[in-house]
Design a protein around this ligand. Structure first.
Ligand SMILES: [Ca+2]
Length: 203
């Protein structure tokens, strides 16, 4: 193996971490279903809601995908268990667009693992909305490392959206995205695969 090939392989391996982030499916990520009326969380595929403030899906309020947004009052936890099993060395990025629709002081994004039906939080991001009684949609990001929560490994990954403490305060959200960067062993295999490709092309 010559030096040029080694350099090419190293660059590929280094760039693989960001380039190969893979999406994890988020069911009804944009709150477009069921697509009629103003359903509560008990009627929205993929999502559940618990708490006293209520909420669901509605049209308007600045959707960043489609025509519906999710919304809730205070003291609410909106959540979805994905189909992804947490593996060692994985890195997750949760991205959501969110706003204050009426006096909602803040939003907390969370990633959790399912422990026999209990939601155990792995990582969270508290964001305070700055502006008037309503604000525009803004993109929020939460990054979490599987290895920071060893008990999570082998369990299923979930998404949480939580609202602030006052029932009479409302937030809106849309376009929930979740990505995973593979563990280094997978990256190494991909790097070697790319190296093999280069070698064959030169042969
Ligand atoms: Ca939407």
């Amino acid at each position: 193996m010559n030096k040029q090939l080694l350099i090419a392989a190293s660059v590929l391996a280094l760039s693989a971490g960001s380039a190969l982030a893979a999406p994890i499916m988020v069911e009804n990520f944009s709150f477009e279903l069921p697509g009629e009326g103003k359903p509560g969380f008990d009627l929205i595929p993929g999502w559940s809601g618990e708490g006293t403030g209520g909420g669901g899906a509605e049209t308007g309020w600045g959707p960043t995908d489609g025509i519906y947004t999710g919304y809730c009052g205070g003291n609410m936890e909106v959540f979805q268990l994905t189909g992804h099993t947490i593996a060692a060395d994985e890195v997750y990025t949760l991205t959501i667009d969110a706003r204050r629709t009426w006096e909602g002081p803040n939003i907390t994004l969370g990633l959790y693992y399912d422990d026999g039906g209990a939601r155990v939080q792995m990582a969270w991001l508290l964001h305070e909305f700055v502006g008037g009684s309503t604000t525009d949609m803004e993109e929020l990001n939460l990054v979490a490392l599987a290895n920071d929560t060893p008990a999570a490994i082998g369990n299923t990954l979930g998404i949480q959206i939580m609202s602030g403490p006052s029932d009479a305060a409302w937030i809106g959200f849309d376009n929930v995205r979740l990505d995973v960067i593979p563990e280094p062993a997978t990256l190494a295999l991909l790097g070697f695969g790319a190296l093999g490709l280069i070698t064959r092309r030169r042969a």
